[in-house]
Design a protein around this ligand. Structure first.
Ligand SMILES: [Zn+2]
Length: 285
């Protein structure tokens, strides 16, 4: 009898505790909770920056964005100016020429707000773009070869994102910041001027049920790309376990065209794309 009573008491306490946790959790993440897609803890990709359109994927950064203080100091180093205001144009080194295939695009540099790649072309329908999108001529030519080579191997790819303008990126980042908090958004989405997608040489691949998620790495598509993309001049920008170097979570679907020779050199180096590009000359205004 005693055991039964204490067991009931124990269960009652447990229920109260769970209820309290649920309330706290709901209070913190009111918005997010409903779209948490995956149960797995850390991996839960915040579906990265990638979906410009109101695509229906409710991917959410798994752990709710902590209620960051609104005064949050931006974590980016502001090299030149003393003014720390979070203005549109942070005073970061401005990349002189975005058309330069080896331009280093990171959270510590910025492309000009009016930089638009010189030779954008429309991605043809047969590549299965998720919507009408563009890519620079050379990158597109190699993308077509890559896509066909993959298809020949029985691997069907789709294109989830390609060129994104400064303003598109700006809206995208703001949207994520509103939903997840600026700090969390900064881990998987680039601010305007800091996205490789503005270069017109970067592609987000898909074609699986786990597009834009870390699990994409384990799909036929993800594996094929990892092994072959460099033959067509594409490099995976944000590999696993390198967030401390790249500044971004693992994005096995995000590839940037840097030219076939450079991609071969990058692959052989074993370095992250960022480290590799840091060995190349860079030009700032
Ligand atoms: Zn991307």
């Amino acid at each position: 009898m005693i055991n039964v009573i204490s067991k009931k008491r124990y269960i009652l306490h447990l229920l109260i505790l769970m209820l309290a946790l649920a309330l706290i959790s709901a209070g913190c993440n009111e918005l997010l909770n409903q779209d948490v897609a995956e149960p797995d803890e850390e991996a839960e990709e915040p579906l990265n920056e990638e979906i410009p359109e109101p695509v229906s994927e409710p991917t959410v950064p798994e752990e709710g964005p902590e209620p960051e203080n609104s005064d949050e100091p931006s974590d980016e180093p502001v090299p030149h100016t003393p003014d720390n205001n979070d203005s549109e144009e942070p005073s970061l080194p401005v990349i002189s020429d975005g058309d330069y295939l080896l331009a280093l695009v990171t959270k510590e540099t910025t492309l000009k707000s009016d930089y638009v790649p010189s030779d954008l072309r429309t991605v043809p329908e047969y590549l299965s773009p998720a919507y009408s999108m563009q890519l620079r001529a050379d990158a597109l030519e190699q993308l077509e070869l890559l896509w066909n080579a993959a298809a020949y191997d029985g691997v069907m790819l789709k294109i989830r994102s390609a060129y994104r303008s400064y303003n598109t990126q700006k809206g995208l980042f703001q949207d994520y910041a509103n939903r997840y908090g600026e700090e969390e958004a900064n881990r998987f989405s680039a601010r305007a001027g800091q996205s490789e997608h503005q270069l017109g040489t970067t592609v987000d691949f898909g074609g699986t049920s786990v597009d834009l998620k870390a699990a994409f790495a384990d799909t036929l598509q993800g594996q094929w790309l990892k092994e072959n993309a460099h033959y067509f001049g594409f490099a995976m920008s944000y590999p696993a376990g390198k967030e401390h170097i790249t500044g971004y979570i693992f994005e096995p679907w995000h590839y940037r065209y840097i030219g076939i020779e450079a991609a071969a050199e990058w692959k052989a180096s074993g370095e992250t794309l960022r480290e590799y590009l840091e060995t190349k000359s860079q030009h700032y205004d």
